[in-house]
Design a binder for this molecule. Structure first.
Ligand SMILES: Nc1ncnc2c1ncn2[C@@H]1O[C@H](COP(=O)(O)OP(=O)(O)OP(=O)(O)O)[C@@H](O)[C@H]1O
Ligand SMILES: [Mg+2]
Length: 312
């Protein structure tokens, strides 16, 4: 695979603030044209990693290349070719939405026609075109967030870093933005590196995800791989006759990870590779009267929580 196929490459990247190892030796790659989700709890090191990748922070050890450019010596090139939405929106509150985008268009040396076209496209996509003349200060949080994302995309970057782009957006707006990101990646080959605390979102749109905790990358793979590796499936059994002795036997099975009982419901969590029919057979064999059985698949969120629990 040539360099062009890889948009981001880090090698044992470290960033230390005093005694704190905010980023503690991470190595990973992101393929061009894919959506990579960077997941982790608060303070895990996600934003710090983005700042390292943009060359805004110096690594204390290790190295990274973004679009083939070294973050240490070629940060200007990286910033020229990437779009980035960090925790601060970077908007000018006293300017109108349109003037904000126009200003950024000028910074990127877009022609007047390009700017007009781009502003219309982006604001129409976000449902904000009609309100383009309004001063940003008067806008709601979600509207500002959408404008901040639009600003990031103004110059048609090859790679975008989006730090919690859908935080504070309503479900319709988040879903619209997710669709836009998927289109950008699939149709235009744009690489998207995003962080989110919304794991259902990551599961929906990310080709691969990396999980970072306390500065260390603890898992990288497709959402499916992560689910299969970490998550447990569950079985909801509605019925009667869930005797304590049966539950104890169930709990003792090596494949079963947890058992919950509520009135006439029993929920059994078990390892992915386990055949669920085996469990139903076991219950029936013990004389449980089964009315209904429903299977539940582990979500990325389940897998994420299990992974972090393991780390504790
Ligand atoms: N400039 C700085 N000086 C000192 N410590 C810092 C600095 N920037 C980040 N940190 C620390 O580094 C750690 C990682 O912070 P970071 O902002 O990367 O977390 P995050 O994963 O983005 O979290 P969140 O989900 O809350 O946004 C935190 O403990 C934070 O306090
Ligand atoms: Mg952050």
């Amino acid at each position: 695979m040539t360099e062009n196929h890889i948009s981001i490459q880090t090698q044992d990247l470290h960033c230390q603030f005093g005694d704190l190892h905010a980023v503690d030796g991470i190595t990973f790659e992101v393929e061009t044209g894919t959506i990579f989700g960077f997941l982790g709890p608060n303070g895990a090191g996600k934003t710090t990693t983005i700042r390292l990748l943009l060359g805004l922070l110096e690594p204390s050890a290790g190295s990274a290349r973004v679009l083939g450019f070294d973050t240490h010596t070629q940060a200007d090139q990286i910033r020229l070719n990437c779009g980035a939405l960090l925790e601060h929106s970077g908007l000018y509150e006293r300017l109108s939405a349109e003037d904000n985008l126009d200003l950024f268009g000028r910074i990127w040396h877009l022609s007047s026609e390009q700017r007009t076209q781009r502003i219309q496209n982006l604001l129409e996509n976000m449902g904000l075109y009609e309100r383009r003349k309004e001063i940003v200060q008067t806008w709601s949080h979600g509207m500002k967030q959408k404008l901040a994302v639009a600003r990031t995309l103004m110059h048609d970057p090859k790679l975008v870093f989006l730090d919690e782009p859908t935080a504070g957006l309503d479900p319709l707006a988040s879903s619209g933005l997710r669709e836009d990101l998927v289109q950008m990646a699939r149709r235009h080959g744009v690489t998207v590196f995003l962080t989110t605390h919304n794991l259902a979102e990551a599961e929906k749109i990310c080709d691969r995800v990396g999980v970072i905790n306390k500065g260390k990358l603890i898992s990288v793979g497709s959402p499916d791989e992560l689910r299969l590796k970490q998550g447990t499936n569950s079985l909801l059994v509605v019925g009667r006759g869930f005797e304590q002795s049966i539950l104890n036997e169930l709990k003792a099975m090596p494949d079963v990870t947890a058992v919950e009982i509520q009135d006439h419901h029993l929920v059994v969590h078990f390892k992915q590779e386990t055949e669920s029919g085996k469990l139903v057979q076991f219950l029936a064999g013990k004389g449980v009267m089964i009315d209904e059985v429903r299977k539940g698949k582990a979500s990325l969120e389940d897998a994420f929580l299990a992974l972090l629990e393991e780390e504790e």
